[in-house]
Design a protein around this ligand. Structure first.
Ligand code: BGC
Length: 363
């Protein structure tokens, strides 16, 4: 599904972000082809979000409502906490309301084919938000943090953190992945494994449980209780007296579940990665418990999605900075990727200077 998010893409994303930070150019386009037809400034815009599995999604709801409304649009922003059928129905209702753009943070990116076809037939533009829409030609743009890069940063942080504690291996680690229905989960895992697998192969890293595949590592629904239960089992089954040096956790919610499990087992805390810069995890990093998180500022991502909507409204082609990395099995989706940033105790005091909540917390 994922091509290769080479360094070039990350550099392009950083450059593009620097550009947007200094104000966008008037055209906002790449290439020579024009956008579609302009549409009225007060048009309906649909935003379909997945379940509230982490703080970033909850924040996105508010930011989309506020940002689209203040730009003059009529937004409908909905979560699909009850599952795929609910998200399918929500998208159908957005089409009936005449939404000109439908932004989709898919619960399961491979289950929306029928609705996306209907949306396209009705003339809507479809933007995949944060998670790619899979197995469909009916997705026009993708706006996200570079998810493969997120995984690479997590894998590298895990190695760096363990090395700082104990200069040489072998190191015992365990691997957690996100929910298998979330298209991002495999991309994060693949990114991390691009760093970790060679070290497993050369014996620097040992996974005592033997559970190294994505399928074994997954955490259904990104639920803390599922991660905690699996971690409890791994600790009992494989770490009687053996030390556990590190745990690859794909996000902060699961990182905190790992911490709970390890503490309950009475073992010293290993190096644990995360993602999302959730308040509790940033506090945990300050306290020296969780090792790392990823800063993917939701405000910047939503802001960029809204910039795309504004471009489409004006009949312009939205700016993209990557046209080769995110293949959804039917097409490579033109993407605007933002660069994720790793945060550890070393840079936690400078990483969030612009963040209204985390800034004051980490000063
Ligand atoms: C997002 C992550 C988040 C996860 C669980 C993913 O699709 O990219 O930031 O941790 O969903 O909500």
């Amino acid at each position: 599904m994922f091509g290769k998010a080479g360094k070039a893409a990350a550099i392009a994303a950083i450059a593009a972000l620097a550009l947007t930070a200094c104000g966008r150019s008037d055209t906002g386009t790449t290439g020579s082809s024009s956008g579609g037809e302009a549409f009225p400034k007060d048009s309906a815009i649909g935003v379909a979000l997945p379940k509230k599995t982490s703080e970033n999604w909850v924040l996105a709801e508010k930011l989309f409502n506020d940002g689209l409304t203040s730009a003059g649009f009529k937004p409908t922003v909905q979560f699909a906490n009850n599952g795929v059928a609910e998200q399918q129905n929500q998208i159908s209702a957005m089409i009936s309301k005449g939404a000109k753009v439908i932004i989709v943070g898919a619960l399961d990116g491979s289950q929306l084919g029928t609705q996306l076809q209907q949306a396209k037939d009705a003339g809507a533009t479809i933007i995949a938000y944060d998670r790619l829409l899979l197995n469909t030609a009916n997705v026009d743009y993708y706006v996200a943090y570079d998810n493969f890069k997120v995984g690479v940063l997590q894998g590298q942080a895990l190695l760096d953190g363990m090395k700082a504690k104990k200069p040489s291996g072998p190191y015992n680690i365990e691997l957690l992945a996100g929910s298998p229905d979330d298209a991002n989960a495999k991309v994060f895992f693949d990114g991390a494994m691009s760093v970790l697998k060679p070290k497993i192969d050369d014996g620097t890293l040992k996974v005592l449980s033997g559970q190294t595949s994505f399928e074994k590592a997954v955490t259904q629904d990104w639920k803390a209780e599922n991660a905690q239960r699996r971690m409890d089992t791994l600790l009992t089954g494989s770490y009687g007296t053996a030390p556990l040096d590190g745990v690859l956790s794909p996000n902060d919610t699961l990182a905190r579940a790992v911490i709970t499990s390890v503490k309950a087992a009475g073992k010293p805390l290993p190096v644990i990665t995360g993602q999302d810069s959730e308040e509790l995890s940033v506090k945990s990093i300050l306290a020296g418990e969780q090792y790392s998180t990823i800063n993917k500022d939701t405000r910047k991502l939503v802001e960029h999605a809204i910039v795309m909507v504004k471009d489409l409204q004006a009949g312009k082609k939205p700016e993209i900075n990557d046209d080769k990395s995110y293949n959804n099995t039917v097409k490579t989706v033109p993407a605007f990727l933002l660069p994720p940033v790793i945060v550890t105790k070393d840079n936690v005091k400078t990483a969030y200077v612009d963040d209204p909540v985390l800034g004051p917390l980490t000063k």
